[in-house]
Ligand binder design. Structure first.
Ligand SMILES: [Zn+2]
Length: 135
């Protein structure tokens, strides 16, 4: 009975997660479409006489492009997670252990917390420490 209950809870959590992901994907797709069809996304017109205006417009466009890149990456992550959930494969890519549902949803993690921390420690070791200046 207990096992059955736990299984049902797990199913419900996964269903909620799937619904949440589908909703997020829809939101992101909408945001991306609005961004791409919006006026902000287009290259500043050459007839803009003032260089300050041009610089501002270029900077604004770079912001929009960065935002677009972020949305595209997020969409990709969500689609991958959706696929993994469909295939029932949400285990850690490092150790094969279980990834907490809240982690999956919050960060679309592909590793469990333990492996994530280990990977971050490794990455920190590979990155040379910032130079220390003494005067
Ligand atoms: Zn792991």
């Amino acid at each position: 009975m207990n096992i059955l209950f736990e299984k049902n809870t797990q199913d419900t959590v996964e269903k909620d997660l799937m619904a949440e992901i589908a909703k997020k994907i829809k939101e992101l797709e909408g945001a991306l479409k609005a961004l791409r069809t919006g006026d902000e996304f287009h290259i500043p017109r050459a007839d803009m006489p003032d260089t300050t205006d041009q610089a501002a417009a270029t900077s604004a466009i770079l912001d929009v492009i960065a935002h677009e890149k972020h949305l595209v990456e997020k969409l990709q992550q969500l689609r991958q997670l959706q696929q993994r959930l469909k295939e029932g494969d949400t285990s850690c890519t490092e150790c094969g252990g279980e990834i907490e549902m809240c982690r999956l949803l919050a960060s679309h993690a592909t590793t469990c917390l333990e492996c994530q921390e280990a990977l971050e420690r490794e990455a920190a070791l590979r990155t040379p420490a910032a130079p220390v200046f003494s005067f």
